[in-house]
Design a binder for this molecule. Structure first.
Ligand SMILES: Nc1ncnc2c1ncn2[C@@H]1O[C@H](COP(=O)(O)OP(=O)(O)O)[C@@H](O)[C@H]1O
Ligand SMILES: [Mg+2]
Length: 187
């Protein structure tokens, strides 16, 4: 008879380390590379997935989402949802629609999201939320966090270089091959 290994309880510090270790960092050096990274991420996505994009204005959240839309094969140009809170892009094939949300304008989080009357089933869609941290987590226990930051060099600010940190949260993402994305658009 085999002994079932019991997991030792982990300290909060150990948990934090494990979380940090699960992060995948991809460096991209152009808008085209960011879009390509989006196309690669799209290959991992399936209906019901929630992707949270964080980063300051101009970080590249919408550029990445454009790649997601291309990868998913959806209709309509992905642009900044400046005048609307959310835009639905139906699939051109039989894949899931892309729901693109600008949570910066979504003050209230979940309830407001449900009030939007998107005329689409969120569990059957891929939902991408720009600036979603701290607002829409409760939409799903499983989510892919994507944090985009500008890379800063010693001598100069590297204008077009972005560091993209990817971290999957929840059972859906445990064992997901995020590390395979590092070869995508990296330098
Ligand atoms: N590596 C890069 N990745 C993404 N965008 C970049 C990059 N380098 C320069 N840019 C520029 O930065 C801007 C990003 O805009 P956008 O994707 O709308 O950002 P956000 O949605 O985060 O506000 C675009 O003008 C794009 O051309
Ligand atoms: Mg944007």
């Amino acid at each position: 008879m085999e002994e079932v290994p019991r997991e030792a309880p982990r300290s909060p510090a150990a948990e934090a380390l494990a979380e940090a270790a699960a992060e995948t960092i991809v460096t991209v050096d152009s808008p085209a590379s960011m879009q390509e990274l989006g196309r690669r991420i799209a290959g991992l996505l399936r209906p019901g997935d929630l992707v949270l994009l964080t980063g300051e204005l101009g970080a590249g959240k919408t550029t990445l989402t454009r790649g997601l839309g291309e990868g998913l094969g959806v209709r309509g140009a992905v642009t900044s949802p400046t005048f609307v809170i959310a835009r639905v892009h139906p699939s051109l094939g039989d894949g899931p629609p892309l729901v693109h949300v600008d949570a910066y304008r979504l003050g209230g989080g979940l309830e407001e999201m449900e009030d939007l009357d998107l005329d689409v089933s969120l569990p059957e869609s891929v939902v991408v939320v720009e600036w979603g941290d701290g607002k829409v987590e409760e939409l799903s226990d499983d989510r892919l966090h994507v944090v985009i930051g500008r890379a800063v060099g010693h001598e100069e600010v590297l204008d077009d270089v972005r560091e993209v940190a990817l971290r999957g949260v929840g059972a859906r993402w445990s064992g997901a091959e995020l590390a395979a994305l590092t070869g995508a658009a990296g330098r």
